[in-house]
Design a binder for this molecule. Structure first.
Ligand code: CMX
Length: 426
């Protein structure tokens, strides 16, 4: 019996080829206009996503790889002794574009059953950052009011209450996670009513008398607060929020997006990468050695972390602001790591330009942010994304309040299959 994975191994190359051809021949073809109604209307109807598995026709409804629901009911194997379509055969169709045999469906069912027990590490999720934020939805005022029945014009006030409560709790929540993981058995001190949010956060982390770090955290968190709506974390919160999911659930979803190495995880990746560079080259490093190291990274098929951006085409002003923070402090200027970051900045854009792939050879904020945290004693770099998560709440939750205040609709761009795009551009 050909397994699901083997089947995918067979079908993926053709799709990859189709995409490559489309990109090579039609990258500049226009497939539609963007109207104001798309932007304020949750991207309704806007053809802006690639999605191959299903197409939704307004009149005839959904088709899965061209098969209508009655078609699926005819051809997709049911459970033994059953008649209805089952998840396994549907998943097989969605993933591969092919109808599975009965034997293939059974094999997949067995695989699910064999892998379905919960692993012990799951218990640790109780102390997971994103789950903890989601669990706070237990107290969502918006959700409670919505269940009771409120007018649409009142949505934003309850949303705002939730957002404020959430932001207020983020320091304690994020600090608890830090302590549980890195300083087990230590209790959180009480919040100081006279301190700012991040001053308290620093104290809860155990760095209350580390003024330099507290100041840096203040700047870092303010600067990372918002970065337009389309970045992965903000967009995720907005998308989930557009279903009228409460702010806790919406923001927890954003935290999962933030956890990716191309997004919020990048600052810890930078530190890891710069440390490896330092371990290999030592502290007295020349520009040429750094260049060589950059090429080694690129030739190894890896991205240079902290460089490039989905939108920016110049050095990130947040990077510049953090560099200026460093420049104003002798202890940072003397740090060999901060010096290495600076030297890397002096040569990396040239190397990346020569490499010729990235549209933006300049540093983004992550190129330096984690290195300063490390210098000031917050050395557990797996934790850095959590700090980013405390920060991004500011922008993402602002937008949730406004989305409710403006009565913005469910987000729903139009997706197209590869075949449909080819038809439009021919
Ligand atoms: N090093 C090497 N190659 C890079 C690169 C980098 N820093 N940045 C982009 N590229 C490559 C891409 O991988 C892509 O290659 P393929 O065509 O082989 O897929 C090509 O250049 C074109 O990419 P792009 O259009 O310039 O960049 P994207 O909008 O696709 O991606 C980003 C943007 C940030 C994901 C990418 O630049 C990257 O991976 N950077 C390193 C990770 C990083 O610093 N992320 C933090 C971003 C800021 C944040 O979200 O917080």
């Amino acid at each position: 019996v050909t397994s699901l994975k083997e089947t995918l191994q067979e079908v993926i190359p053709a799709k990859q080829e189709q995409l490559k051809k489309l990109k090579a021949e039609h990258s500049q073809s226009v497939v539609g206009d963007i109207k104001v109604e798309n932007i304020i209307g949750g991207m309704r109807g806007l053809k802006a996503m690639l999605w191959d598995a299903s197409v939704l026709d307004p009149n005839e409804g959904i088709r899965f790889h061209g098969l209508s629901i009655p078609d699926c009911q005819k051809v997709l194997p049911p459970a033994p002794g059953g008649k209805e379509i089952i998840a396994e055969s549907m998943l097989w169709l969605l993933l591969t574009g092919q109808v599975p045999s009965e034997a293939q469906t059974r094999q997949l069912s067995r695989e699910f059953a064999e892998k379905g027990d919960l692993p012990p590490f799951l218990e640790k999720l109780v102390d997971s950052w994103a789950w903890a934020v989601a669990a706070l939805n237990h107290e969502s005022l918006f959700q409670a009011a919505y269940e009771k029945g409120i007018k649409k014009s009142e949505y934003w006030t309850y949303t705002l209450d939730d957002c404020i409560n959430l932001i207020a709790r983020l320091p304690a929540l994020a600090a608890r996670i830090y302590r549980n993981v890195y300083k087990p058995g230590t209790a959180l001190p009480p919040l100081n009513k006279d301190l700012d949010l991040i001053g308290n956060y620093s104290a809860l982390l155990g760095f209350g008398d580390n003024h330099n770090l507290t100041e840096y955290l203040r700047l870092y968190i303010a600067l990372h607060g918002d970065h337009e709506g389309g970045n992965a974390s903000a967009h995720t919160a907005h998308l989930v929020g557009s279903t009228l999911s409460d702010p806790y659930l919406s923001y927890s979803a954003a935290l999962f997006a933030l956890a990716g190495p191309l997004h919020g995880l990048a600052n810890q990746e930078v530190l890891r990468w710069q440390m490896a560079m330092q371990a290999e080259l030592g502290t007295e490093v020349t520009h040429d050695q750094i260049k060589e190291y950059l090429w080694k990274t690129l030739k190894g098929g890896q991205v240079v972390p902290g460089y490039g951006h989905g939108v920016l085409r110049n050095p990130d002003p947040r990077f510049i602001a953090l560099q200026e923070f460093c420049d104003a402090r002798p202890e940072l200027l003397e740090s060999s790591m901060i010096q290495l970051v600076k030297k890397t900045y002096e040569v990396a854009p040239g190397v990346l330009k020569e490499h010729g792939k990235t549209k933006n050879p300049f540093p983004n904020v992550d190129a330096t942010s984690g290195c300063v945290l490390h210098h000031y004693g917050l050395t557990e770099f797996k934790y850095y994304t959590v700090i980013f998560g405390v920060s991004r709440a500011l922008g993402a939750l602002t937008q949730l309040v406004w989305a409710r205040a403006l009565g913005l609709p469910l987000e729903r761009p139009k997706s197209l299959s590869l075949d449909a795009i080819e038809k439009l551009v021919k």
